[in-house]
Every structure is written in C-alpha cells, then in structure tokens.
Design a protein around this ligand. Structure first.
Ligand SMILES: [Zn+2]
Length: 435
C-alpha cells in the first residue's frame, strides 16, 4: 500500500511528460512539410542551385534535343534507355543500372533513415518506328513528336541533379531516379509495375513522384482509371457483289461505333470514351472477314468506369445481334472477340499527406496556387497499392502532346522556375535541409 502512492505519482508525472512530448511531436509533424519548404526556399543552397540552373540552361536544352531525337516507340525504348543510363551515370548517381524490364535508374544516397523516394520520367513516346523525330527550333520553341511528353521530364531531371550537386544538397531519404519504360498506351505501365512489384527496390520505395504533366501548377493526387480493348468483329467474308446479302463485320462495327457515339457519361467525375484505331478488310470488292477497333474508356471514378465498361459490352453484343438479324448468316454469323489490352487502376493520395502538402507548399512559395486533379500516369500504380504518389509538371509551356506537331517552349525564365519548383518538391519529399 505505502509504495503505491509514490508509484502512482511517478506514473502520472511520466504520463504528463509523455503527453507533452507527443503533443510537441504531433505539432512539429503537422507543420513539417510547410516549414521545411519555407526554410529550403529561403536557404543559401537554394540560391546557389538557382544560379546553377541559369548557367546550365543551354545544356538542358541541348540534352532535351539529343534525347528527343533518339526514337522511343512503344515497347522499343532500348536505344533511348541506353543513352539515358549513360547520362544518369555521369550526373553523380550510384548503382546505375537497367533492370530486366528495361527501366534505367540510379540512386542519390541520403544520410539514411528516411522513406525512399522514387522520381520517374518515362522513356517511351506514343510514336511508332519511322516517325520523324528531328527537332525544329523557332526562337525558344522546340517542335518534335515527344519533345514534351515525357522527354522534357527526362532532361529536366538531369538538369536538377546537377543543380542539387552544385549546391551540395543533402537529403535524409535516398532518391531513386528512374527513366521508365511502357508508360504510354500498350506499354500499360509495365515499367512502374515491374519497379514496384518485382524489381530490387520493390519493397523499398515508399513515395513516388511521376514527372509527367504539362500543367505547371497541377498536383495530380488521383489516378484516372483506364480500360482499353481491342475489339474484332469476324464473319464469313465473301465477294462484294456475288455474295451480297451476307452479314458484314464492318456494318456490325459501324453500328457499335454509332451506338458508342451516343453514350452519355458524367462530367463529374470526368468519364470519357474513344475509338482510336480502326483496321480490317483486304479489298474494296470483298466483304471483310475481320475488322477491328481499339477503344479507350476512362473515368476518375471506379463505379462510373465499371458502368461504362458494362454498357460498352452490351453495345458490342447488340451490334452483333442486329447484324445477324439484318443479313444472311447462311455462310456463318458475325462474332465479336474482345481483348483487354490495357488496365490502369484508379487510386488516390490523400491531400493531407506529407507529399501532397510539400508539393502544394512549393507552388505557393512561388506565389501560385496549386490546382488538384487526376491524371493517368505511372503514379496510378503506387496510388493503387497504397504508396503515396503524385504526378507533377515537367515544366514550361507546351502543347499538342501525342500529336506530330508537339512543341515546348524553353524560354529561360519560365524553364528555370519550373526546374526550381520540381527540385524543391523532390528535396522537400526527401527531407533535405537548407543548412
Ligand atoms: Zn506522359
């Protein structure tokens, strides 16, 4: 009994101290991203890095041109990957390597103890082999297929690596810089999927930044869900005149496309559909035996995407039935084959996560307001498996991405500011100190 009182007093004293410390830690943690960004923004190291970015601008532009002119068609990124591997290794990274999927990467070591940050820019473009990728320069504008998406990101990453080294920035977290394969189209995010689920860093990457947006102030903390299908309509085929009256897969597909064109989808959450590639048939005077189309369905909402997918499958079925009723099936009926060629899951990173707050604080430090949105990028995969991830701008003005007349503006002031914003976001996420 006698020993109980002092023990209890000690206990409540310890408890009070513990609570005070906890409260202090919670308050510190709550302030941390914004406080860190502010101190980095005001640091001498940041001024040194900015001076360096200006002096290095011409080299950045030259490397952007060099990389753009190395073709990187879907599933054929090897030549550009090898060149980028070389560029990563001369910019001070360690453990530079290509993984089994074809991603190239290198590590910028931190002092230890922080969650590893992966920074991704994708190597692949949407343009097929044989596309003219020579860069045409007019003033500060560069035009070439792929010059923005995502080659500018590959080049700006090298640029900020040099600036971080020049200013001797030290981070707590290790930063893994990756030029990844297979972001676009049929690549189906194969590079980032391999990196996070099979590669040697698979359980070590704890936060991820995809440098893959054309909008400077946008933080994409949500991933758009995408499903893509290759749909083939098959029939008996025949002579256009002699076999007239037989079912025709082209009519079935045309009917399906017309039905899709009349689909109603929601603006909020944004939901979209597209028929992007059409092919089939062998000659003008033959009823085709096969025609195909590639269809892209997307939504910010998993439920809306599922509804759209269901409606799409119904339409295909209706179109087949209607064609088989409209014409003769005596030589065989129309059938449809559907193959899922791409499946990008939806996901989200909470706006109050340290990563999103850091990115927002950086944009605010430059006097702008962040805009939150959703994109379909490499960041979808980590978001979907619970790793905090965002997609942010590669910087600079530009337009017409995914078209042959894609362009970017490499005007120095806006390019340097974009590089500063990206660099600070990476540094804040990797817990750099300005001291
Ligand atoms: Zn991209």
């Amino acid at each position: 009994m006698t020993t109980q009182r002092p023990a209890r007093r000690n206990h409540s004293y310890a408890k009070a101290v513990f609570l005070l410390i906890t409260a202090f830690i919670v308050i510190q943690a709550a302030e941390e991203p914004e406080v860190r960004v502010k101190s980095l923004f005001e640091s001498q190291k940041f001024r040194t890095a900015t001076e360096f970015l200006r002096s290095d601008h011409a080299r950045f532009v030259q490397e952007l041109i060099t990389l753009t002119e190395i073709p990187a068609p879907p599933l054929k990124e090897q030549a550009r990957a090898k060149a980028y591997l070389e560029m990563l290794s001369v910019n001070g990274l360690s453990d530079v390597e290509m993984d089994a999927e074809g991603n190239v990467m290198g590590l910028r070591k931190g002092s230890g103890g922080g969650p590893m940050l992966a920074v991704l820019a994708h190597l692949d473009t949407v343009f097929p082999e044989g596309t003219d990728v020579n860069v045409k320069r007019t003033g500060t504008k560069l035009a070439a297929p792929g010059v923005g998406d995502d080659t500018r990101a590959l080049a700006v990453v090298l640029h900020i690596l040099r600036a971080m080294a020049a200013a001797k920035f030290q981070t707590v977290s290790d930063i893994l810089f990756v030029g990844d394969v297979g972001e676009e189209g049929e690549g189906d995010l194969r590079g980032v999927k391999y990196l996070l689920t099979k590669g040697k860093y698979k359980d070590r990457v704890k936060q991820l930044i995809a440098v893959d947006s054309s909008e400077q102030m946008r933080i994409s903390a949500a991933g758009i869900g995408t499903k893509r299908y290759r749909v083939s309509f098959l029939g008996p085929g025949g002579h256009s005149y002699l076999a007239f009256g037989l079912v025709n897969p082209a009519f079935a597909m045309g009917n399906a496309i017309a039905k899709m064109a009349r689909l109603k989808v929601t603006d909020q959450p944004k939901t979209t559909f597209n028929v992007g590639v059409l092919s089939g048939g062998t000659s003008v005077n033959s009823i085709p035996a096969k025609v195909s189309m590639d269809v892209d369905l997307r939504s910010e909402s998993k439920d809306e995407l599922n509804k759209l997918v269901d409606r799409f499958h119904s339409i295909l079925h209706e179109a087949v039935v209607e064609e088989n009723e409209a014409r003769s099936t005596k030589q065989g009926a129309i059938v449809v084959e559907t193959k899922l060629i791409s499946d990008r899951p939806t996901g989200e990173t909470p706006h109050d996560s340290a990563l999103v707050r850091s990115a927002a604080a950086v944009i605010q430090a430059f006097g702008h307001e962040p805009v939150y949105g959703a994109l379909s990028t490499d960041a979808n995969i980590p978001m979907n498996i619970g790793i905090p991830a965002i997609a942010i701008a590669r910087g600079g003005k530009g337009g017409r991405q995914h078209s042959l007349d894609e362009w970017v503006d490499v005007e120095e002031n806006s390019s340097v500011e974009a590089a500063q914003i990206l660099m600070l976001t990476i540094l804040a996420a990797a817990a750099a100190s300005g001291q």
